[in-house]
Design a protein around this ligand. Structure first.
Ligand SMILES: Cc1cc2nc3c(=O)[nH]c(=O)nc-3n(C[C@H](O)[C@H](O)[C@H](O)COP(=O)(O)OP(=O)(O)OC[C@H]3O[C@@H](n4cnc5c(N)ncnc54)[C@H](O)[C@@H]3O)c2cc1C
Length: 385
């Protein structure tokens, strides 16, 4: 089978890998508007968190419990390390910690509950919300996202049945006599048995006529922080979540093997926007996060903020998560909304998309929107960008 994958972010790269690993000697073309990997891809950041616990959402927690081992499989395949099991600590009202812990461990995750006293003793510089206990997940951590993307692109570049086509912007996709046809910005076209669209936050325009109105674009600001003092202590921290008055602030620690600074943000710094513009962080949002973390970290020094940047993602409007859509008989598959947590699920999502593209029976991810894709009418007219 000839398969064209549009988009070289984490989903496109891993889907291409899974397609060539499937039995059947499939040929894969991976196309991106920029270099592969592209610096503009949402996936192309220093750090991404992977963790299982999603408070109050047992289905998501169960699905995420498989993310850790799926990433270890990817590391083994690529022969390189980019996953660092720093652990993840989620603060919550004390009476909920044992309930959340029981759910998490029933799903197979290794985790412990920490009492308010443990938190005060172990993490004296962090101001947890009053009365907080926490759950500490051992098999959670951070992925060095940019390293991972480079390793995936290298693996694909060396594979004899893969062609990487960087700097080729796709402007339209259509179905013609059972084939998927991709049209490039220069007017050239390419046919394939299957087309997979994994264009991240750009897919809204490409799929405008079909699912565009069902997608919301979000913009999130993140601070980069190098603690001016006690850096080693911060490097030994887990990812910390559940901070602040709304329990929606989080930080990622520095990782010893990387030069990446700490990353600090909150759901309150994520807002719906009409369109993607620049990636700079407006002063208003930078100040919002500086003010917030001044309250949350003892000795937080604004001079340690070494950068700030904004990223974009698309979410399905009602559920707020990712969305997979099939067109017609399944010639064209679109990962139409990437959602705000698809990096950690990427190995599972990519397997499920690749299985469908090559005609195998799809492995379940536990994510409803991937396991039951939205079925759309065949694309008679082009899906245009
Ligand atoms: C600030 C922020 C923090 C996040 N933190 C986490 C986290 O900690 N954990 C987690 O699991 N997830 C996190 N996410 C979400 C996660 O990063 C995304 O869900 C995921 O990276 C999306 O990957 P993707 O491959 O779908 O899209 P992308 O990585 O955006 O890749 C899309 C690719 O498609 C290409 N493309 C687009 N249009 C075209 C076209 N017309 N022709 C050719 N190529 C095209 C682009 O150039 C790009 O390379 C975060 C997101 C943001 C914004």
């Amino acid at each position: 089978m000839r398969i064209t994958v549009v988009g070289g972010g984490v989903i496109g790269l891993l889907t291409a890998i899974e397609c060539v690993r499937a039995s059947g000697a499939h040929q894969v073309d991976l196309v991106d508007a920029g270099p592969i990997p592209s610096p503009l891809a949402t996936s192309n950041d220093r750090l991404r968190v992977t963790r299982a616990l999603h408070r109050g959402d047992p289905v998501l927690t169960a699905a995420a419990a498989g993310a850790h081992s799926a990433w270890l499989d990817v590391e083994r395949l690529l022969g390189t390390r980019f996953y660092h099991p720093t652990g993840a600590l989620t603060a919550m009202p004390a009476e909920q910690a044992n309930i959340e812990l029981a759910e998490l461990t029933a799903d197979g995750a290794k985790a412990w509950a920490l009492s308010p006293k443990d938190l005060a003793n172990w993490y004296p510089r962090v101001n947890f919300p009053l009365g907080s206990a926490a759950v500490l997940e051992a098999t959670a951590g951070v992925l060095l996202a940019d390293h991972a993307l480079v390793a995936m692109a290298r693996w694909l570049a060396e594979h004899p049945r893969v062609r990487l086509l960087p700097h080729r912007q796709v402007v339209a996709v259509s179905e013609v006599e059972g084939d998927g046809v991709v049209r490039f910005a220069d007017g050239a076209t390419q046919s394939a048995d299957r087309v997979v669209i994994a264009a991240g936050p750009w897919s809204r325009e490409l799929l405008a006529s079909s699912v565009g109105p069902d997608l919301t674009l979000y913009r999130q600001s993140v601070l980069s922080y190098r603690p001016p003092t006690c850096r080693r202590n911060w490097a030994e921290m887990p990812v910390v979540l559940g901070l602040g008055p709304n329990r929606d602030a989080w930080f990622m620690p520095t990782v010893a093997q990387s030069e990446a600074p700490m990353r600090l943000s909150a759901a309150s710094a994520c807002r719906p926007v009409e369109e993607m513009t620049d990636r700079g962080t407006p002063d208003q949002w930078r100040h919002h996060l500086v003010d917030l973390f001044t309250q949350l970290i003892d000795g937080f020094d604004p001079a340690g903020v070494v950068g700030a940047n904004d990223g974009y993602y698309l979410a399905e409007r009602t559920q707020g998560g990712p969305l997979l859509a099939a067109y017609g008989a399944g010639t064209i598959w679109a990962f139409a909304a990437c959602g705000g947590m698809s990096f950690k699920f990427a190995p599972q999502i990519a397997r499920a998309i690749a299985d469908r593209a090559v005609g195998d029976s799809p492995r379940a991810t536990g994510l409803e929107s991937i396991d039951r894709p939205r079925q759309l009418a065949a694309v008679g007219e082009e899906l245009t960008l």
